[in-house]
Design a protein. Sequence first.
Length: 145
Amino acid sequence: MVVRSSALVMLLFAGCMVRPYEPFLVAPLHGLPGDAFARCCDLFVARQLPIIKADAGEFRLQTNWGPIERSSVMAQQRATIFRTALGLGLIVEVRYLRQGWFATLPGWTEPRPDNALEHDLGDALIAALSASVPVEVVAPGPPSR
């Protein structure tokens, strides 16, 4: 009985140690350039991420849901970038199309962050914001497998 109790306590303690989700930090080494908002907009447009919210005063950009290629599953992504104390925070969310129960209409899963897409877009944002002059943004190729 004591062994079971201590094992349960250890499992509960380990569960409390899980780090919460944190947005990808976009922090160029030399700080944000004066035209950072425009550079972020340009990158989103080049990657065909349609912007639905743009607030330069608060530095907030959000894209609409757009399709992504994920093996044989239909999926959509949405990106949000916003100012934080350390730079810019980036969240890339993904949702997947799922079949409804008993021939009901299909629906989207709950959005959840995608680390790989965040790192890809975040690295591109850092590169665009770190350039001494705005660089021509090129849309990424197909994901490597």
